[in-house]
Write a protein that binds this ligand. Structure first.
Ligand code: TXA
Ligand code: MG
Length: 328
């Protein structure tokens, strides 16, 4: 299959909407990362997403809507706390897990009775969903296990020949995927920290639980509860080492081969590539792109220097820890 990479325009969005209605798969930009979308209500279309990504079919997809009113087509009920979160954070990088409605096929939810839903804060994504006339199921548009794509060219690197169209909408503003919160349990539980921080959520609905894998990806987990944790994620080809405490010079000194460092503070360690990022917001935007960059220039060990364990830092740490872990 020939893959077209086209700059976003009204015409391209029309073409993409038509492809979605015909049961095809299209990659499109959101504020978090690029998504690989298909009609969420069409089982055969959704199957194509899993095939293009090489993703195991028990790993459920997030359903994207362009209007809060469309939630009723997808979920059974919206609990009060979920309504509060929607009011405050949609459109935006927050996915709510809710009881699924009958029209959503099991293919979309990986066999679960719950469905993840979000309304992205990106003009291209919103017009595409509206144009298609269906909710769009979309995982990140990387091939399975690779860092999520924050530029259209990342999608092309991974999926050239596998999908008909990639809409180029420039760089993603947030750079990390949405925060996922399970609203079906007594106390809501964060399954994946992302673009909306835990602190922001607790300001609106009070205390939430954190799934143990949020801070420790090596935790053994029940697939039914946090399925995203079963498989290795976000990984560059290089080995990733997270430095929390301790002497950076000592650690880099003991690495063999080409070493690259990503740091939030100035450091004076000599290595092949040193990237100093000014603040956590910028690091969130850039982390996946930097992983791909390090691979492209032949780095074989990426050292990520200390990141604060709060706010967006917690979300970045979650991705880095997964990339650094050996779980497969
Ligand atoms: O920002 C994002 O969320 C991006 C953009 C494209 O919207 N999407 C994204 O999708 O990151 P994906 O599939 O790469 O990650 C979604 C995670 C997966 O780990 C999946 O297992 C989990 O969400 N998930 C989806 N539906 C779920 C459900 N019903 N119950 C539990 N976890 C669910
Ligand atoms: Mg993903």
């Amino acid at each position: 299959m020939r893959t077209e990479l086209k700059k976003s325009s009204a015409e391209v969005i029309r073409q993409a909407g038509e492809l979605i209605r015909k049961g095809e798969v299209v990659a499109f930009p959101t504020e978090t990362v690029y998504g690989l979308g298909a009609n969420a209500l069409d089982e055969d279309a959704v199957k194509k997403i899993f095939e293009a990504k090489g993703r195991p079919s028990d790993n459920p997809l997030i359903v994207h809507v362009s209007d809060k009113k469309h939630l009723a087509r997808i979920v059974e009920t919206v609990p009060h706390k979920a309504e509060l979160l929607i009011e405050r954070f949609w459109p935006g990088p927050l996915t709510l897990i809710l009881r699924k409605g009958d029209r959503v096929p099991m293919m979309t939810t990986g066999g679960r009775n719950n469905v993840g839903v979000r309304m992205p804060n990106h003009a291209v994504a919103l017009s595409l969903i509206a144009e298609a006339g269906y909710p769009i199921a979309a995982p990140s548009a990387n091939s399975f296990g690779r860092p999520s794509p924050t530029l259209a060219k990342h999608v092309f690197e991974d999926l050239d020949g596998k999908i008909p169209l990639i809409i180029d909408g420039g760089a993603c503003q947030v750079g990390l995927e949405s925060t996922i919160i399970d609203m079906t349990s007594e106390t809501p539980m964060i399954l994946r920290p992302g673009g909306i921080t835990v602190e922001e959520i607790e300001d609106v609905i009070g205390t939430v639980d954190l799934h143990p894998t949020v801070t420790d990806p090596e935790q053994k987990t029940d697939i039914a509860q946090a399925p995203g944790m079963k498989y290795r994620h976000y990984s560059p080809k290089a080995k990733v080492i997270l430095v929390h405490e301790g002497d950076l010079a000592e650690i880099t000194g003991s690495c063999t081969g080409s070493v690259g460092i990503i740091s939030l503070s100035e450091i004076d360690v000599a290595c092949k590539e040193t990237i100093v990022v000014p603040d956590v917001t910028t690091l969130a935007q850039d982390i996946f792109r930097l992983f791909r960059h390090m691979d492209a220039i032949g780095i074989d060990t990426i050292i990520v220097n200390r990141i604060p364990e709060e706010g967006l830092g917690l979300s970045i740490l979650n991705r880095v820890r997964k990339a650094a872990s050996d779980i497969n």
